[in-house]
Design a protein around this ligand. Structure first.
Ligand SMILES: [Zn+2]
Length: 232
């Protein structure tokens, strides 16, 4: 997600007003697409779209830090871009969707400069329950997708330990990890592309991890998302 995708994203939200919420931002992966000296101009372009009176922008992001790519894209550059986007989210009072891979501590560090920011959504959060608890100081929310269906004690402990109203579900389609069935003999299942129809399976897994009913979590995850994105 970078400048090349912004117009198409906004067009989609315009064509389906009230159904599709547009988020535009600068993902760390996108930074390979232009030299660092152009970062300020790209940020200006983003701010122009966020501030445009008729723009259907509801979310800043996805943006964040990814420590797997620091050789190609130094963390210092990623941090500068994220810092600027957090400031934009705060200025325009928009929620921000955060991508954070192996960089929970640097991100937590960066957030110290934004003590009053709200509306942080950590998607596909891979950190520990302890790191997530530190983020609750900002009332952060966390969304989980296909990775929840993979066996991971750490992720399950995280999902069990978070307050119920801070949990959302997502697919991260088309790139999110696929759903694994209970009988995961089927590599066919694993090879399937994830899409919105995968949500009931994610909700069912979430409910099982929390030892609550799928119906409860279908309703609760919807309510949490509506509250988070302000679409009640
Ligand atoms: Zn991501």
């Amino acid at each position: 997600m970078g400048p090349d995708d912004w117009q198409a994203t906004l067009d989609l939200a315009l064509s389906d007003r009230g159904v599709v919420l547009a988020g535009i931002g600068i993902h760390p992966f996108a930074l390979a697409g232009w030299p660092e000296r152009e970062d300020a101009a790209v940020l200006q372009q983003l701010e122009a779209l966020l501030g445009a009176p008729q723009a259907p922008v509801a979310i800043v992001g996805e943006c964040g830090l990814d420590a797997r790519f620091v050789e190609a894209i130094p963390l210092s550059r990623q941090r500068a871009l994220l810092d600027a986007q957090l400031a934009l989210a705060q200025t325009y009072r928009l929620p921000i969707v955060l991508h954070c891979v192996r960089a929970q501590d640097p991100l937590l560090d960066l957030l110290q400069s934004f003590p009053d920011i709200r509306g942080l959504l950590f998607h596909a959060f891979g950190g520990s329950l302890e790191q997530a608890r530190a983020l609750l100081r900002w009332d952060a929310a966390f969304s989980f997708g296909g990775s929840l269906t993979l066996p991971s004690k750490k992720r399950r402990a995280l999902v069990r330990g978070l307050p119920a109203d801070r949990i959302l579900v997502e697919t991260d389609a088309p790139n999110g990890p696929p759903i694994r069935g209970q009988d995961s003999a089927s590599n066919a299942t694993a090879a399937q592309r994830i899409d919105p129809a995968s949500l009931p399976a994610i909700v069912a897994t979430l409910a099982a991890v929390r030892e609550e009913s799928a119906e409860l979590w279908a309703e609760r995850s919807t309510r949490n998302a509506q509250a988070f994105f302000g679409t009640m």
